[in-house]
Ligand binder design. Sequence first.
Ligand code: PEP
Ligand code: CO
Length: 445
Amino acid sequence: MQWTMDSWRNFRALQQPQYDNIDELKYAEKKLRLLPPLIFAGEVRNLKDSLKDVNDGNAFLLQGGDCAESFANFSAVNIRDMFKVILQMAIVLTYSGGKPVVKIGRVAGQFAKPRSSDFEEQNGIKLPSYRGDIINGFEFEESSRIANPNRMIDAYNQSAATLNLLRAFSRGGLADLHEIQKWNVGFIAKTDLDKKYHDLCENLSQTLKFMEACGINSKNTQSINETILYTSHEALLLPYEEALTRVDSLTGEIYDCSAHMLWIGERTRGVDDAHVHFLSGVKNPIGVKIGPDGSSDDILKLSDALNPQNEAGKFNVIIRMGADKIKDKLPNIFKNISKEKRNIIFSIDPMHGNTVKTSNNYKTREFDKILSEVKSFFEIAKSEGINPGGIHLEMTGQDVTECTGGAFKLTQDELVNRYETQCDPRLNANQALELAFLIADELKG
Ligand code: PEP
Ligand code: CO
């Protein structure tokens, strides 16, 4: 079928909300279509160029952020701390791991959530599931669980404000490498990690002094005092994505201007379904999550649909099988794919296949399981001749208690202290940084 911005409406679209008031929906979509794009197509082309380096093994992709952004937790401090942790991780990966890092946040649009069930039951009361703040409210109340299209406008506004701050942080001096010591978010003290990080800062500051002596400094060299953090989210809510899709006036090409990169989730990646069809028509780099039931055949069909010209830097497969299943499933997939001459960036999401429920009813993830899946990914990639291109994480800059383990040995009993996510458990700032050091070891290896 001929692709148009709304041709996805002829296909099966999973995980979409039921809006009761269609006029209200049409009005919100119309309003969104008139609002400025959130990103510029030229930025997407720059990202694709950087992702070409990832594709060719000359850079590493770091993608991370909230499971779900929320209206309630929207604050400058949260955005700043997330930005800092991503930058710290990138420094660790670049400096210890020896590869430039392409940084993409799950941010400024990561609002819509796929759910395993349409309904949630509590104490005998059954309500529609929470689907993310862009669709309905988190509170377990009938009125809040009604899908409201005006939330798309609120999500757009929050995304615009978030992007504005991220752009200011990226270019206003906060990202200057000389400031790295100050980026410390304050609570990594008293662990090996703290020492490791400070040693790295010390080495980096020596290097910067040496470069300065050679005449390279933050005044004359942009890459020392500026950075780029690209944005991404799961392109789940198709009316929102359609309304922000635009024709680039410079090239006449079509871009989804809600974020630089979009991905399709494990639950909506059917090759004949609406999400794949919609994203096959835009020029942005596209990711697809592949769980334990995915096959090499699925990946090849998705690559045909989403990257028919086999462009390098266009197509990212995000593996999320779980620490145990990855060992059984991934070797064969990589074996089959490595025979094909496909440009595919493979990255690992060690979060979504490793979620467990504790006896006191918290959804959590064990740090060692996360690490184990990452290690298996690197090992399998190496033995099958595939480039391990990147990592995809749910994490926050805050000191939350949502995932167990790590250097601080967070226990299940401590989850109650600061369990703040509205959806899946995230690595806290320490755990994220610790993971970055461990991944840097893999990159060196
Ligand atoms: C997610 O990334 O938040 C998500 C829902 O992932 P998946 O599609 O892999 O389950
Ligand atoms: Co999640």
